[in-house]
Write a protein that binds this ligand. Structure first.
Ligand SMILES: *[C@@H]1O[C@H](CO)[C@@H](O)[C@H](O)[C@H]1NC(C)=O
Ligand SMILES: *[C@@H]1O[C@H](CO)[C@@H](O)[C@H](O)[C@H]1NC(C)=O
Ligand SMILES: *[C@@H]1O[C@H](CO)[C@@H](O)[C@H](O)[C@H]1NC(C)=O
Length: 255
């Protein structure tokens, strides 16, 4: 009995795979299979076509030179150089090894800002005015020029007179750069944006305190820590080829 069952079962299965009477493969005839394959072929071709079409239409709306959409934060991000761990620069004046990596980082960072380099690559722009280089309709005004940011503007923090950027004397220079935002015109009532630096706030028994005693006078280069309007707007790195990666936005502080 059991043997017969087994035989019958395997016979069923075989028949299901290929039924010689009805000429069905896996329960379907050749024409049924043909129709199904045809259906899926057409269906997937259609899907692929849809995908290509939407992609094509979407790419048509994109501009090589600027993002179609960009989020803008209320205040653009800022970075400092040299970059210590967790944005803190801690060193010991007496120990050269504790700060020579900082001055080396500044040397490297500022190398492209040497006056000779800036004069060679960039334009002498009119200060305190946006350097507008719009395209006229479809005619691209590319590549766009960038304005000179001479290293000497950084005064005592240029590293030209004092190769240790004040680190040796306990008056370290810190460069502040604004992150680049395409098309940003950072002006408020005709005033250039500027930075001011204050003491770090800390919390002590639920009260915010400032350790302002530990901060002495801060000097800014250029004066008042302003970011000259001539360095804006930024047109994106494909349009504005020569712009040193943080050219518009170096500011310096010395305590
Ligand atoms: C920039 O100028 C400084 C001082 O004149 C010089 O030591 C340095 O080699 C220059 N860097 C480049 C990349 O030209
Ligand atoms: C940069 O320095 C060069 C000379 O070193 C000077 O001719 C040029 O006008 C300066 N550019 C700016 C924008 O100050
Ligand atoms: C810096 O700010 C002071 C006070 O607001 C102003 O009198 C001075 O002209 C400014 N200096 C520069 C170079 O912008």
């Amino acid at each position: 009995m059991a043997k017969e069952d087994e035989k019958k079962e395997s016979g069923d299965w075989k028949e299901f795979f290929w039924n010689p009477r009805t000429h069905e493969l896996l329960g379907r005839t050749a024409s049924s299979w043909g129709l199904i394959l045809l259906f899926y072929l057409v269906f997937y071709t259609f899907l692929a076509g849809m995908f290509c079409l939407t992609m094509y239409v979407m790419l048509l709306t994109l501009d090589d030179y600027k993002p179609t959409w960009q989020d803008r934060l209320a205040t653009p991000g800022m970075m400092i150089r040299p970059k210590g761990e967790a944005l803190e620069i801690i060193y010991n004046v007496g120990e050269t090894e504790s700060w020579d990596s900082f001055t080396e980082a500044l040397d490297n960072f500022l190398a492209p800002y040497n006056n000779s380099k800036q004069v060679e690559n960039n334009d002498a722009c009119v200060p305190d005015k946006f350097f507008i280089q719009e395209d006229s309709g479809e005619v691209r005004n590319n590549p766009k020029r960038s304005c000179q940011f001479n290293r000497t503007i950084l005064g005592d923090c240029s590293g030209l007179n004092d190769h240790t950027y004040g680190y040796r004397d306990g008056k370290p220079c810190v460069l502040i750069k604004l992150n680049r935002v395409i098309g940003m015109l950072p002006e408020k009532e005709g005033q250039s944006p500027y930075v001011t630096c204050g003491a770090k706030k800390y919390k002590e028994s639920n009260e915010w305190k400032e350790d302002s005693d530990s901060i002495s006078e801060i000097a800014y280069f250029p004066p008042n820590g302003t970011f000259n309007l001539m360095y804006y707007p930024y047109y994106g790195k494909k349009a504005q080829v020569r712009r040193t990666h943080t050219q518009t936005s170096l500011y310096t502080q010395r305590m």
